[in-house]
Ligand binder design. Sequence first.
Ligand SMILES: [Zn+2]
Length: 307
Amino acid sequence: MHHAYLFSGPTGVGKYTTALSFAASLNCLERSGEVLEDACGRCTACKRIEAGQHPDVLEIAPSGNFIKIDQIRAIQKAALSPPYEARYRAVIIDQAHAMTEEGANALLKTLEEPSARTLLFLITDQPHRLLDTIISRCQRLRFGALSDEEVARALPDVLEAPVDEALLKVAAGYGEGSLGRAYEVLESGMLEQREELLEAFLAVPADRANQWLETAERFGRGNSDLEAQLDVLIVYFRDLMLAGRADRGRVINADLMATIDKGVERFSLDATLRILDTLTEARGRLKRNVNAQLIVEGVLDQIRQPS
Ligand SMILES: [Zn+2]
């Protein structure tokens, strides 16, 4: 075992879950800990780790936009003493790239003088934002995107209620290789509303900007709902591109072919590309908290231009 691991890769592919499983298999009371085996999942150690209540598993995440120096100092202090009861203390630093420079330098000291029974897991989807000196002191494992089939197969395990297979496939397509994203989009309920939402937006007349906003509000308020709506539109226009080029097998909204065919007839490839650009940019601006009304008006301007 290495004393520090860096798990990098896209969000929602299992980096955090792997770190937690690692901590559990090291400390499972049913296992010796000498050889790495799957944790039992039933003993008190396993259960407390899963519930986030084990005193020797420290989970650090940004508070606000940053991981603050005090949080790193708490890690340093813990690493100086042996674990309370576990064989190994596990420190999981989620979104490790959010450490301040001061924090990163403080963590370097801990990485340079590791304690024998403390393991660090640094987790990030933006490894380029970590100091080289931190990266070089960790054992790095790269996590890749999952295939749509893998996402569709894993989804039922994390969902509370069963979902039919066609919808699982659609969610996997929306997830773009991330189980976490596919899960979120399913939970948002937006997938069930896709057809209604698309029909409503596409029916807004060219000269009624306000109606677009009203439509947006009908399907939810707030930036996260608007983001989900933009996702639906983005995937739809991407589907138009594929369907228009006879690549129908790769369409994500495979259950909405009638709505897709309508769009292919209405929008030229040129218009489709232009709208797709606008929508993608709008989603980026929404993430940066630009005023929703401005975003919506920008998108509408593109959609209502004659194709
Ligand atoms: Zn166990």
